[in-house]
Design a protein around this ligand. Sequence first.
Ligand SMILES: Nc1nc2c(ncn2[C@@H]2O[C@H](COP(=O)(O)OP(=O)(O)OP(=O)(O)O)[C@@H](O)[C@H]2O)c(=O)[nH]1
Ligand SMILES: [Mg+2]
Length: 465
Amino acid sequence: MGAIEHTIASLSTPPGEAGIAVIRVSGADALLILSKIFRTAGGASVAPGRWAHRKLYHGFIVSGGREALDEVVGAVMRGPDSYTGEDVVEISCHGSPLIVEAILELLFSNGAKAAEAGEFTKRAFLNGKMDLTQAEAVCDLIHARSELQRKVAQRQLEGALSRRINALADETVSLLGTVEASIDFAEEDIEPLDRTGAREGLNGQRRETEDLLAGSSFSRPFREGIRVAIAGPVNAGKSSIFNMIVGEQRAIVTEIPGTTRDVLREPVGIGGLLFLIQDTAGLREKAGDSIEAIGVELAKDTTTAADIVLFVIDGSEAPSADAASALKQLPRDRTIIVVNKIDLPAAFSDHDHHAWFPEFYSVRLSARTGEGTDILKARLLECACTDELSRIARERVVLNSRHIGLLQSARRQCATIIDLLERGEGLEILAVEIRELLQHYESMTGRKYSDDLLDSIFSRFCIGK
Ligand SMILES: Nc1nc2c(ncn2[C@@H]2O[C@H](COP(=O)(O)OP(=O)(O)OP(=O)(O)O)[C@@H](O)[C@H]2O)c(=O)[nH]1
Ligand SMILES: [Mg+2]
């Protein structure tokens, strides 16, 4: 991996105006650079060797040794007892883009380099502060948009997944050791390898990888959100409801039927859960043009794939036969009928409604006035919060696609080795295959890793992490 020479710096809080902004600096020269640009409130400089570990320094960032750029608080963490394992300085300055820019420029002109995406966490990994699954969890935590998602990432950060993978890797290492020792004994015509025991051990490993993989189908709601499709006839107010849930004017709303064509998707946290809200083209038998026809097909696919469907109808008009027949095809337990436009005179009574759509849960609201929104959100939560989901959040480890691929390979490899053991295959071949199994586990936690893998993982981070 080679020693890391240069010192990096970047803004670690989101860009833009804020009360304060935090600039993070990490590397061998972090304290040297700080000494050059920092003066205490009394105007004194601090020698590089005198910065105390885990201490806050109040003072000024000065340019050219004199001109104060901003009043700041500097937090000093000396390596190896820091996030990255190197000397780290976190400068809390005023949250103005101009000030941040000026301080960063000053840091760069004094020898720091701009940090790449995820570089702080990458250094933490390279310095043994965390393993790969934990580093990935940091990334998830940054992007977590819901409380449940945050909890799951937090547990992963604490090492829930790594513990299980490391146990598998340790077992494989010891099996490899036995096989290799047996190779050395081979000339004496005895084989100390207990093939039955080895097979049982590998069967256990296969079951463990299966158990871990069983969580993968449950991981999607945490990573991408529970998929909600807003469907229904044209002009019912689907896009208006989408905008209302999302909290901004994302979708175009017009009085022209057939406005929406593409599927619009927006993640939204509601009550601690992440939802992926999707607005779709209105359903009607005869589309206005071929573009709309494609939109209607997309809408149908989106609705089929959704976890929850919000079927919107216009409460100021009698529902069409098309709407009624579209509704019939939807699963009752995952569909909520949304009667929109209740600010207008109703075209049908509650009684009619129940007669037409028995067994469906329905919510009445107005996207124009916002009335009924809270009831809709509560119903969405109720529909999503199955016991299963909360159990998963508590017990399951959540996998990303990289983990899933590696675990699948490991599971296959266990089966291959079991097969070779049963066929009485020679020890050398066994050793080769067991080594390959070990590699799958090691790639998961990064005990062994390639530069390409590291780059692909850390590039998902934002700068400053
Ligand atoms: N009075 C009233 N008008 C509404 C309400 N919600 C939507 N509208 C109006 O209904 C018309 C259609 O709204 P959209 O949100 O574009 O409907 P849509 O279902 O997305 O329509 P398509 O994309 O064409 O299928 C617009 O003129 C909206 O202003 C409501 O709650 N009350
Ligand atoms: Mg629309």
